[in-house]
Design a protein around this ligand. Structure first.
Ligand code: TLP
Length: 363
């Protein structure tokens, strides 16, 4: 159960807002893992993995799905399947595929990111179209458009469904595929009060994470056509992602998939409460009306402290957060943090910032 989760697991007074990846499996999840029916998934014989993949495909209204060890591997597999070496992948400048996947699209798939900054991280066709290379032999060719919904580094922003639709329609007309990094697509769906199937329908492939807001310990899923998933299966094996008795993980994933989406609105309410509280603190800059999901990113430049200094001070008070830039801090709400935890975080920020800033001046 949602509310018991923080208490039943490693009871601790640490409020960990570094990411929604830090959640620990609940007692019910651990039981499901212990009792999972398993087989060798490389032979396609793990009944729990098969059930998870079938349910994911069904929920997204797709032909097939593939369980992968991580979101990064899921994105890389999709890029490998849709592109040829020497292609470019159009993505938002601060997108996860561009910033946080160790240039795997280049190192492993042989592709170049072709990026642009986008307001709120939302790529519209107007921003994408000029990045498409002309079909001339000396240009690297555009191989794929990759979107991110919600957009992590823009504070969990949500694609308006009409924008996704428009991008896909134009991309398809231009002969391009669209991959969606939907690590937090259930957060987007909850914010929009729509189904994940509805808001991802036009994308050619979708990766979503079980191990973020949904609270599973490990794993992500790719969904798409049977043909795409067949190719993804081969790419997963090539990358060393073929797992054996992975049903122990899939059991937790199944529970996350079935049970967790209905609780995400609480994480969003907590993020909103956090953002509204932070915005009232002198020196913090943040627009709480933009916080729609579970990520709060705020600027501390006017406090006279860097993000790293502020996070270190918060850490001493057992509030964990992460700098995303010299002056910006990210806090992510999730099922292991309740309202009292958020109140403690706000209190700690207020205390730290009401004390004098360290002597060093920061420009
Ligand atoms: N994001 C992590 C860090 O890597 C930044 C986090 O703490 O938010 N797509 C998106 C949008 C992501 O936010 C992440 C992880 C991934 C892909 C990769 O997932 P994993 O960590 O499972 O490889």
């Amino acid at each position: 159960m949602y509310t018991s989760s923080a208490q039943e697991k490693n009871a601790t007074d640490i409020v960990d807002l570094r990411s929604d990846t830090v959640t620990r499996p609940s007692a019910a999840m651990r039981r499901a893992m212990a009792e999972a029916e398993v087989g060798d998934d490389v032979y396609g014989e793990d009944p729990t993995v098969n059930r998870l993949q079938e349910r994911a495909a069904e929920i997204f209204g797709r032909e097939a799905a593939l369980f992968v060890p991580s979101g990064s591997m899921g994105n890389l597999i999709a890029i490998k399947v849709w592109t040829q070496p020497s292609n470019e992948v159009i993505c938002e400048q601060r997108g996860h595929v561009n910033q946080y996947e160790l240039a795997s699209m280049s190192a492993v798939a042989g592709c170049m990111p072709r990026t642009t900054p986008a307001p709120d991280g939302i790529l519209t066709w107007d921003l994408i179209e000029p990045l498409i290379r002309p079909k001339t032999y000396y240009y690297s060719q555009t191989g794929l458009v990759s979107l991110e919904n919600t957009h992590n580094m823009h504070g969990g922003t949500v694609y308006p469904p009409a924008v996704t639709e428009d991008v896909c329609e134009h991309a398809h007309a231009a002969g391009l595929r669209v991959h969606l990094d939907g690590a937090r697509i259930f957060n987007a769906a909850v914010a929009l009060e729509k189904s994940v199937a509805d808001i991802t329908r036009d994308c050619d492939s979708v990766m979503f994470c079980l191990s973020k807001g949904l609270g599973a310990p490990v794993g992500s899923i790719l969904v798409g056509s049977s043909e795409f998933i067949q190719k993804a299966h081969i790419a997963r094996k090539m990358l060393g992602g073929g797992m054996r008795q992975a049903g122990v993980l899939a059991a937790a994933g199944l529970m996350a998939l079935e049970e967790s989406p209905k609780n995400l609105h609480r994480d969003h309410e907590n993020a909103k409460f956090l953002a509204e509280g932070l915005a009232k603190i002198k020196g913090i800059s943040l627009d709480p009306t933009k916080v729609m999901t579970n990520i709060v990113i705020f600027d501390v430049r006017a406090t006279g402290r860097t993000a790293a200094e502020t996070c270190a001070e918060l850490g001493k008070r057992k509030i964990l957060s992460g700098p995303t830039d010299k002056y910006s801090i990210r806090m992510v709400t999730h099922c292991d943090v309740n309202r009292a935890g958020i109140e403690s975080a706000l209190l700690a920020v207020r205390e730290i910032l009401s004390a004098r800033a360290p002597a060093a001046a920061h420009s």
